[in-house]
Write a protein that binds this ligand. Sequence first.
Ligand code: NIG
Ligand code: FE
Length: 436
Amino acid sequence: MQTKTPHTRVLLHNAAIVTGQGAERGPLGNWESLGWLPHGEVIVAYEGDLWRTVWLGQAQDRDRPHWDSALDLGGRLLTPGWIDCHTHAVFAGDRSHEFAQRLTGKSYAEIAAAGGGIVHTVAATRAASVAELVETAAVRLTEMAAWGTRVVEIKTGYGLDRETELKTLDAVRQLQLRFVGRLTLVPTAMPAHAIPPEYRENPDAYVTLICEEILPALAHAPLPVRFCDVFVEKNYFSVAQADRVWQTAQRLGLRLKAHVDELSAIGGLDWAVAQGAVSVEHLLCTDAVGVAKLAGSDTVAVGLPLTSVFLREGFAPLRALVDAGARVALATDCNPGSSMTTNLALALQIAVLMARLTPPEALRGVTRTAALALDQVDGLTGRIAVGERFESTLLDLTHPDALFYAFAAPPRAHPLVADTLHAASVASRVSVQNRR
Ligand code: NIG
Ligand code: FE
């Protein structure tokens, strides 16, 4: 007999909700402009493989439909699930010695020129087992979840050969299984992260290897990559080399992301926007022309304020980008060389204090615009809206201003919603099986 999938409906009530519904571009002055429901309630339904929002309102609303079970959120703050849309969170080894050198005045570029930098982490990652990669990254992902992150983009790029790039992607697959219900992982191919030592004298041959072997393998892996990212930078990849990588990635059905204007501006921004890149990232040296170019495009500008602090560099022109009308997202850039942190909550605070975004603009940057920077993969829209996939972050706070106030505060994400919905989805699947 055919059985219908039960629609488990859960009412989440007694919450202060920021829905994330509002303008995707331009300045935001107050929480109302980002969908503020101080006495918010939401009904979510489990539909086979994910939770969807079926109703959204306030305690006083009279049109609330039926629900099967209720969860009191104790007046806590509920926002769309935070998306860390730019990380390099799977790697082996550490570079604290390089950090110490930088504190005595050596630059990131000088350390890289002397044989350190990304290739140092590449050697450690090649030598590591997949289990080591999983265990070390699991610590970082656990921290990320505690800060409030619910979706993590993870780039390969510490392998720089077919085997190690695939090993990194396999680690992401295993981590996704381990963190199911807590985190959604979105893998990006980034073999064009640096020139590996064995191709130092012939970088174009490495670009050929990327196109002929590495990208096709990553695009057809058991957990396939969704995006291709390229580090367009002096001593890394020229625009011409990046374009070769992109021509292949495009044929494989991937969307383009690019690290541009991080240490120097070599034309990566113009090229990426012209190619319809879903996002460009870093933008420390982006000038007024670049700002205007982004404002006139759909490409998301991803600001990485913690990298600026960690490298003791200036900030991307995030205020100017928002004012001009560009889509602006924020992320941690979690990586061992230029941003050794998992703390997306701190990225929000630094974006407000140092790069002068308003709090609603910053929160939009890790929700709605971060989802756009991931091309809304797997139905991730970065907002709480009827009919859309439901992903949320619950915080031990009662007002969104508090997110920004207590500086470098300890982790404040609360697992109640994620744990409850995960348990309910498992129970619903079991009851379907028992009826078969
Ligand atoms: O985003 N820009 C290139 N990649 C990283 C740094 C990686 C590393 O130093 O290991 C970044 O800054
Ligand atoms: Fe990066």
